[in-house]
Design a protein around this ligand. Sequence first.
Ligand SMILES: Nc1ncnc2c1ncn2[C@@H]1O[C@H](COP(=O)(O)OP(=O)(O)O)[C@@H](O)[C@H]1O
Ligand SMILES: [Mg+2]
Length: 134
Amino acid sequence: MAVTKDDTMPVHSSEDIVWVRQAVRTWAVGLGFDLVDQTKLVTAASELARNTVDYGGGGTVKLEAINDGVRHGLRLTFEDHGPGIPDIKLALQDGYTTGSGLGLGLGGTKRLVNEFDIESRSGEGTRVCITRWK
Ligand SMILES: Nc1ncnc2c1ncn2[C@@H]1O[C@H](COP(=O)(O)OP(=O)(O)O)[C@@H](O)[C@H]1O
Ligand SMILES: [Mg+2]
């Protein structure tokens, strides 16, 4: 698997989320994703960025254009050093929230992408990695 391009952006504020949405759209267009897939990626990025800001105390996102020899893909890795998620299975359930959201972010994001990995340790932080292949 080859990474053909990468960039890391801060995710600390609503303004940062706007920049991330814009960058994901631009990268998705550049990789040739159609409008539906672009919107899936932007929506997924938006949800994870919002979680990074609201629950993770801010962090970063790494954007990577990847190629497995057959397909192109866009991989996004959100990382924070916040409190972590004590029960990932529970957090993934639709309707579960510890905030004022709808609790649909993580579960919804998982359904919008081809690969979804979440790693979290109490007191250390959270890393969510998603990939959509073209
Ligand atoms: N980066 C994170 N750090 C800590 N907790 C998180 C993080 N992302 C999600 N969570 C936890 O998972 C729950 C579910 O997230 P999500 O499905 O996006 O729903 P919502 O954002 O509406 O609460 C959140 O309420 C929060 O408790
Ligand atoms: Mg959310």
